[in-house]
Design a binder for this molecule. Structure first.
Ligand code: ARG
Length: 408
């Protein structure tokens, strides 16, 4: 861990106030014991003389630590298809150590890890929290829950090998049991598969998985226990069923129609749309071991997903930044920011989807998501104006997490 200073002062050209959707020019930020204690214009207060560290950053933008609501830190981007079968859970946990560091050094101070075999994500989260490993604050799901033969199952081997993913369950009580098991072993959130997917063998990306009744049972159980739920959902009917059943976020959201968007708006459901990853899958996927049938599915999904993104945006649906890093290399999360602007968002909206909106989705708005006195001191500094060019966040200069200087 980088140098630790108890009282840190930052000054810069601008601070992105994601709660107000405005900029504070010539700001000063004071951090004490891991939290923000003062935020305002430099003109309002002189630099404290008892500061342990003063970072004077003319020409820089300050912004909250970024948050990615859809990652798989225990997965590597060059291990797809049948290569996945060679990775044990302990091996994937070690992969996670490397990827956690890459993610934090990319300026992502918080992630939601949605799907990991063997609770490797729980182990990684705990190792980060206990200071053994350098990485982002993690909210983790444990194994994804899904139907037999669905996107959240492993369908690579024939029957006689008897390979089934840990999260497979059929029937309302069976899925409730999986929710309870994930909570027992440390999950913060629940992830399930509401439709087929791109990277799973033999699933129809547009087809619903789980009946409405199963989804209702699963989501009710998670909510009863105080956890939020994320649904992998590409196909229109599965998206609608998950939203109606009260899911908190739709992952991917590729085949939205007007009714699905309307439902999301009415129910306040977040959309977490990974609109960058298609570039990696179609460009590098074959080399990375992705099956031809998956590449074929991606060719139908990517373009449609970007149109859906733009339509949902125009309709005012709530959105969070979710990249699916792990399918593509960790540490490249920020590449999606410029794509979100390209497909219709303002830079300020894009930054909000990667900061305050995830804090709301995680129900942690009191702790994280903005540079506000009382919140945990997760803050980035980047040279230049992020509102004029959001892609400068692909190389963050200064990273502070929990008031600890990670990179300077
Ligand atoms: N994990 C997702 C799946 O297999 C990746 C989808 C990526 N494609 C996309 N256009 N977002 O379904």
């Amino acid at each position: 861990h980088g140098a630790y200073a108890e009282k840190i002062v930052l000054t810069a050209d601008r601070l992105i106030d994601v709660e107000a959707g405005t900029e504070i020019t010539q700001p000063m930020v004071i951090i004490e014991d891991g939290k923000f204690t003062w935020v305002g214009p430099q003109s309002a207060k002189s630099i404290p003389t008892d500061a342990d560290k003063v970072l004077a950053l003319p020409g820089y933008s300050l912004l909250p630590g970024l948050m990615d609501m859809h990652v798989h830190l225990t997965s590597d981007a060059n291990v797809h298809g049948y290569r996945r079968l060679t990775r044990s859970t302990p091996r994937s946990a070690i992969t996670g150590v490397k990827n956690a560091k890459a993610t934090l050094l990319a300026g992502f101070t918080t992630v939601r890890n949605v799907g990991a075999p063997g609770y490797a994500d729980v182990a990684l989260r705990d190792a980060i929290n206990e200071g053994d490993v350098l990485g982002p604050r993690m909210f983790v799901s444990g194994p994804s829950i899904g139907v037999t033969g669905g996107h959240c199952d492993n369908n690579l081997l024939p029957f006689e090998y008897a390979v089934t993913s840990e999260g497979v369950a059929d029937g309302p009580w069976a899925v409730k049991t999986k929710v309870r098991q994930n909570i027992k072993y440390g999950a913060d959130v629940i992830k399930f598969c509401a439709t087929g997917g791109v990277l799973s063998k033999g699933t129809k990306v547009g087809a619903q998985q789980f009946t409405d009744t199963e989804m209702q049972a699963l989501i009710a159980e998670a909510h009863l226990r105080g956890l939020t739920v994320a649904a992998h959902a590409h196909g229109t009917n599965g998206i609608k069923a998950a939203i109606k059943a009260g899911v908190d976020s739709i992952e991917h959201g590729s085949f939205l129609d007007a009714e699905a968007i309307d439902l999301a708006v009415k129910m306040g459901t977040y959309l977490s749309m990974d609109i960058y990853v298609t570039e990696y899958i179609l460009g590098e996927g074959e080399k990375a071991g992705i099956l031809e049938e998956s590449l074929a599915k991606e060719r139908t999904v990517g373009k449609r997903q970007r149109e859906s993104f733009n339509q949902a945006l125009k309709a005012g649906a709530k959105m969070v930044f979710g990249s699916d890093a792990g399918v593509y290399p960790h540490g490249n999360n920020a590449k999606q920011l410029s794509r979100m602007v390209k497909f219709g968002m303002t830079p300020m909206q894009t930054l909000q989807t990667a900061t305050i909106e995830p804090a709301r989705l995680l129900q942690k708005e009191h702790l994280i998501g903005s540079v506000t006195p009382g919140k945990l001191a997760d803050i980035l500094a980047v040279k230049g104006n992020v509102i004029e060019d959001i892609s400068i966040l692909e190389n963050v200069d200064i990273i502070i997490k929990d008031g600890v200087i990670i990179q300077e």
